[in-house]
Design a protein. Structure first.
Length: 182
């Protein structure tokens, strides 16, 4: 079944993509830092606005507003493709064991495959929907029992919102009127 993305409408999008076979790969700062770098690079290339994020051990949530020209599938595909390359290189260079479950057989060859195919995206049709998804991102580590306070999860935009601290990823402001600051 082909997933339908509703592109080119200027709305915020809540996007989720996961690690293949739910492997807990995003459990150290090196791997998370590389993903953050790739997201930042792709943000510069595609000029999307990033409203919130959280990196969980086995998946990622982003709330972004793509440009009217960009397709969400292509944008997330770029993030996944470049992050997979860099993370694979990092793991091998550091001598870390790459789980065998992150390899797939293609044309008789074993290839590294970090991400599950496709992504899930949800169009945020109202200010309330955007706020709900931001809260979902920020409280996901708490609901999963990883921390007691969302402020303790480094790989989230929570502290940017709660205390105007810098985070691992720069985010674009979402003002109280529901619009994006220019």
């Amino acid at each position: 079944m082909k997933l339908t993305h509703f592109d080119h409408d200027g709305r915020a999008r809540f996007v989720t993509f996961g690690v293949r076979r739910r492997v807990h790969l995003f459990t150290n700062d090196d791997v998370c830092g590389l993903l953050a770098e790739v997201i930042t690079q792709q943000k510069e290339i595609h000029r999307y606005r990033l409203l919130a994020y959280v990196f969980m051990p086995d998946h990622v949530h982003l709330i972004l507003v793509p440009t009217l020209e960009d397709r969400i599938g292509s944008l997330i595909g770029s993030i996944k493709r470049f992050s997979a390359r860099h993370i694979h290189t990092l793991l091998k260079a550091k001598g870390r064991c790459v789980p065998s479950s992150l390899y797939v057989q293609r044309q008789g060859r074993s290839e590294f495959s970090l991400w599950q195919p496709r992504c899930f995206d949800h169009n945020c049709r109202s200010v309330e929907s955007i706020r709900e998804k931001i809260d979902y991102c920020h409280y996901n580590p708490v609901s999963r029992g990883l921390v007691k306070d969302p402020a303790d999860w480094k790989w989230s935009s929570y502290n940017v919102y709660s205390s105007a601290q810098e985070g691992p990823l720069g985010i674009d402001e979402f003002d109280s009127l529901g619009g994006l600051s220019l």
